[in-house]
Design a protein. Structure first.
Ligand SMILES: CCCCCCCCCCCCC/C=C/C(=O)SCCNC(=O)CCNC(=O)[C@H](O)C(C)(C)COP(=O)(O)OP(=O)(O)OC[C@H]1O[C@@H](n2cnc3c(N)ncnc32)[C@H](O)[C@@H]1OP(=O)(O)O
Length: 332
């Protein structure tokens, strides 16, 4: 065969033309075939000294009763029985291919799901251990030292609380990347609100370290978390413990407002310290004034805090309704 080959599929018709040596000697040979069912327009071919192999793909997988539209096939057309599949063979092969493809994709998905579940489980476990340590430590100290324990909460607990709250930033990413089915905004409010309190209001002012309000803030935070994280841990195995679910979606009703109230008290207590120490104050040009106290930011924060409380209480109320509603439906 010469290289002068033209092959194409147009309107479901395969057209072939080539120069070569065949039954009529050196000549131009051509044929066209209209396929029985739709084929893809892309066609590929491979030419050797002896033959041209043309590959055309069916638009849809499946068995065809015949190759071309005409019932009588042209004389030059004969099946290659080495590669012939009868109807049941073809179906079996297609089904086998489909099964292998599904298995491979399920395998991939399962790998991802188990990795994600493992990661979430470890994350929740670490947070559970951290907050349990905080809660138990504070409770034991309260029993042993009574009222005195309220004054040194920051010194005994803050390192672990810093760690847990910094780590909690991961929860915003989990929500953002869709690892957990939850809104990014409520989580962002929760994490940034708490981190503002612990790192700015408590962390940067030594005068705040010995305030009893630290005890109330830390105790309220940890009380809710020692229920929330085990609830998530069980969720990783699609298991639930009814009492825990009830606690997770009920405890916030008194604890969230109380927690925000305790945080508000801490912010208000810190205002005069920021005013006196001028810490984080924003310097101004001399002709305008000396500086803007950080306490202005704190006033704005106090407003944002109640806005944040409103958004999160609404979010948790919705989650509670959703959770208890689906459970009832499942029980019916
Ligand atoms: C722009 C920034 C502004 C900054 C300034 C804002 C200032 C605002 C300040 C506001 C003050 C807030 C400070 C905080 C105060 C307190 O904490 S007070 C103490 C009491 N606190 C609480 O009661 C709140 C506890 N926290 C929460 O409940 C959450 O953090 C939440 C974000 C508020 C709500 O959680 P959410 O994840 O949306 O709800 P869930 O129903 O629990 O979860 C939904 C589904 O997702 C699964 N899931 C979630 N997380 C995980 C995980 N880590 N691992 C595995 N699975 C997870 C969960 O299982 C649910 O799935 P289903 O069970 O299938 O429904």
């Amino acid at each position: 065969l010469n290289n002068n080959i033209a092959v194409c599929v147009q309107e479901n018709i395969l057209r072939f033309r080539a120069q070569g040596h065949g039954a009529k000697g050196q000549n131009e040979y051509e044929f066209s075939l209209e396929f029985f069912l739709p084929v893809k327009p892309e066609v590929s071919y491979k030419s050797t000294q002896r033959q041209v192999n043309i590959t055309v793909h069916k638009e849809q997988r499946g068995w065809w009763d015949r190759l071309i539209v005409q019932e009588r096939k042209p004389a030059f057309l004969a099946p290659d029985f080495d590669r012939w599949l009868d109807e049941s063979d073809a179906e079996t092969e297609i089904r086998e291919k489909e099964r292998r493809r599904l298995k491979a994709s399920r395998h991939k998905e399962e790998g991802f799901v188990s990795l994600k579940t493992g990661y979430l489980f470890v994350y929740n476990l670490v947070q559970f251990l951290g907050f349990s340590w905080i809660f138990v430590n504070m409770t034991v100290r309260l029993f042993i030292f009574g009222k005195d324990s309220l004054y040194d909460t920051f010194h005994t607990i803050s390192d672990v609380m810093f760690f847990c709250q910094l780590l909690a930033a991961v929860e915003v990413l989990n929500a953002a990347f869709g690892f957990v089915k939850t809104g990014v905004f409520p989580t962002l409010i929760q994490v940034s609100g708490r981190n503002f309190i612990i790192f700015v209001v408590f962390g940067s002012l030594e005068e705040m370290h010995r305030q009893p309000v630290v005890f109330f803030v830390f105790y309220l935070w940890s009380a809710i978390e020692i229920v929330r994280y085990p609830y998530y841990m069980l969720g990783c195995f699609n298991t639930e413990w009814k009492t825990l679910t009830w606690l997770r979606y009920t405890m916030w009703i008194p604890l969230y407002p109380l927690g925000v109230l305790a945080e508000a008290v801490a912010v208000i207590q810190s205002i005069h310290i920021f005013d006196e120490t001028k810490l984080f104050s924003i310097p101004l040009p001399k002709n305008i004034g000396t500086s803007i106290s950080f306490s202005y930011i704190l006033h704005i924060y106090l407003v944002l805090m109640f806005l944040g409380l409103f958004i999160n209480v609404r979010h948790l109320y919705k989650q509670r309704k959703r959770r208890f509603r689906t459970k009832k439906r499942k029980a019916n």
